[in-house]
Design a protein around this ligand. Structure first.
Ligand SMILES: N[C@@H](CCC(=O)N[C@@H](CS)C(=O)NCC(=O)O)C(=O)O
Length: 251
C-alpha cells in the first residue's frame, strides 16, 4: 500500500489528513506544494485535483481529493488501525453532520484572518494585473480572492469571520457537554475532532487562544488533541503560519 500526499505544511486541510495518516502509522511520501508560488495551479497538478487546492491523496495510483473525503476514505481502507469512525450509524451520522458544519463554518471562516494577516503582504506587493491573473487562475477560490483584493478584507468581514469561529467554539462546547466528552462525540476521538483541530491550532497560532478560554470544556479538548501522539508529527517544524511568516509573531 503506497500513499503519496500532495499538501502544504501550513495548510489546515492538509493537517487533517497528516493527522489521520500519522495516527494510523501509515508511511506516506509527502509532496510539498508552495501555495503562494501557485504550485497548486500547474496543469500537471490540476489533472490530479481540478479544484486547484491541497490536499490530494494518491493511494496506489488512485487519486482522492478533498480533506474530509480523504480522511473518511483512509478510515474505510485501513479501519483496523486507529479507527476514527463510530460503528453505530446514529453516531456516524452525528459525526458527519458535525463535519459538514465544520467545513461550512470554521474551515471557511479561518481563511479570512489567514489571508488578511499572513498572505496579504505578498498580494499587496503584486501589481493589479498580476493579482487579477493569479485570482483568475484559481478554479475554487477566484471569487474569494477577488473579494479580498490587494487591500484585504474590510474589518466588517474580519468580524464576521471571528463571530463564525466563536459560534464554532460554542457548538463544540455544546457537543462535548451533550456527549460527556472528552471528545466531541464522547469517549472516542472521531473525524469530527480531527476536522476542527486545524482551525483552533491556526487561531491559537495567531494569538487567539483566549477566544475559547471561557469555555473550559473546549480548552480541555484543545489540550487533549495536542497531547495525541499523532499531533507532533503532523505539526512538524514549519507547519505553523508564524513559522513561515515571522511578521505574525506577537511581541
Ligand atoms: N474542501 C477542500 C478545501 C481545500 C483548500 O481550500 N485548500 C487550501 C489550503 S487549506 C488551498 O489549497 N488553497 C490554495 C489556494 O487558495 O489557491 C478540502 O478540504 O480539501
Amino acid at each position: 500500500m503506497a500513499f503519496t500526499l500532495y499538501n502544504a505544511p501550513q495548510s489546515t486541510c492538509s493537517q487533517r489528513v497528516r493527522f489521520v495518516l500519522n495516527a494510523k502509522g501509515l508511511a506516506f511520501e509527502e509532496k510539498k506544494l508552495d501555495l503562494l508560488a501557485g504550485d497548486q495551479l500547474t496543469p500537471e497538478y490540476l489533472k490530479l485535483n481540478p479544484n486547484g487546492v491541497v490536499p490530494t491523496l494518491d493511494h496506489d495510483g488512485q487519486v482522492v481529493i478533498d480533506s474530509s473525503v480523504i480522511v473518511e476514505y483512509l478510515d474505510e481502507v485501513v479501519p483496523e488501525r486507529a479507527s476514527f469512525t463510530p460503528r453505530d450509524p446514529v453516531q456516524r451520522a452525528k459525526m458527519r453532520a458535525l463535519m459538514r458544519f465544520i467545513d461550512e463554518m470554521p474551515a471557511a471562516a479561518v481563511r479570512v484572518p489567514t489571508f488578511n494577516l499572513a498572505f496579504l503582504p505578498r498580494f499587496a506587493a503584486m501589481s493589479e494585473e498580476e493579482f487579477l491573473a493569479f485570482a483568475e487562475s484559481k478554479p475554487l477560490r477566484k471569487e474569494f480572492m477577488l473579494a479580498m483584493g490587494r487591500k484585504g478584507f474590510p474589518d466588517a468581514e474580519m468580524n464576521k469571520a471571528m463571530q463564525r469561529l466563536r459560534r464554532t467554539y460554542e457548538r463544540m462546547d455544546a457537543a462535548i457537554a451533550e456527549s460527556g466528552g472528552p471528545w466531541l462525540l464522547g469517549a472516542d476521538i472521531t473525524l469530527a475532532d480531527v476536522s476542527v483541530m486545524p482551525a483552533l491550532v491556526r487561531m491559537a497560532d495567531l494569538g487567539r487562544e483566549g477566544d475559547w478560554a471561557d469555555l473550559p470544556r473546549v480548552a480541555k479538548w484543545y489540550e487533549a488533541i495536542r497531547a495525541e501522539a499523532a499531533f507532533k508529527p503532523t505539526y512538524y517544524p514549519g507547519s505553523l503560519l508564524t513559522e513561515r511568516f515571522p511578521h505574525l509573531r506577537k511581541g
